[in-house]
Design a protein around this ligand. Sequence first.
Ligand SMILES: [Zn+2]
Length: 328
Amino acid sequence: MPELPDITAYLTALEPRIVGQPLEHLRIASPLLLRTAIPRIETIEGHTVTSLRRIGKRIVFVFNSTPSEPCALSPEPAVPGQLAGRGGEPLFLVLHLMIAGRLHWRDLKPNAERPKLGGRNNLAAFDFPHGSLTLTEAGTKRRASLHLVQGEAALADLDPGGLDILSATPEAFQQALTQENRTLKRALTDPRVLSGIGNAYSDEILHAAQLSPLAQTHKLTLEECTRLHTATLTTLQTWIARFNAKAQESFPEKVTAFRPEMAAHGRYQQPCPRCGSPIQRIRYADNETNYCPTCQTHGKVLADRSLSRLLGDDWPRTLEELEALRKK
Ligand SMILES: [Zn+2]
């Protein structure tokens, strides 16, 4: 799932390509993508992108309230809730890529055609004067969503309310984290608690903070909470800087949750870069948490549902027991 560093990279790459440009056409191939009916989606055509924003993992395209070319609009009479009655307020296209949604950019070459929306993974194309932004979603599940809303109040309704970690004080971080007693893994990835962190970067943050993914937020000491806040900031800022540098050179086409530079995420059984112990995992229905037992759980291997079912009472409780078991 694209998380805060990936979304930031998309914004960096999109800014010089579409800000100040009119959206000439919006082509939507999947009926499941658009989640709003009013304003009608066609009304956005002809409006100019004035800026880009981020709400958590959502990308927000900000448009001016009146189209650049009035004749581009259909001359239908205005009805309540449509654009004509709410002049002056900006329009927002809000895109949530969810797990498998990805963006692609194609420059429009002279006399060339726009990219076609063939194939089931192509959901939409945003046509600008100099190129097209296309949205794809791999797999069979259609989770990516697009909302068109007008006015800041309507935009605020789409915000799950999590804390913006890059601007939050340590006190606000601690307060958000400890509002409910949750495991650290759950608290970090809950969009109502913190904004923009998912499965991959929560693994990296917890590894950097040397804290267990299953530690409970109410049992954190002040020192641990400060350490987690610092690790969260450092981890996200490191990845944002890394991706932004690349996004300034070319459009990010290879957005993935698995990076060779990661310390724990997606590195099951590979050596921890800090201590060399093999990285362990806790598996769920459709993803897993990765951690280093030596650095994060005092050597304890946390229960993995699939493995513990297989082994029953023989489930190893320490890294040493697990290693001994593997050697048998
Ligand atoms: Zn380690």
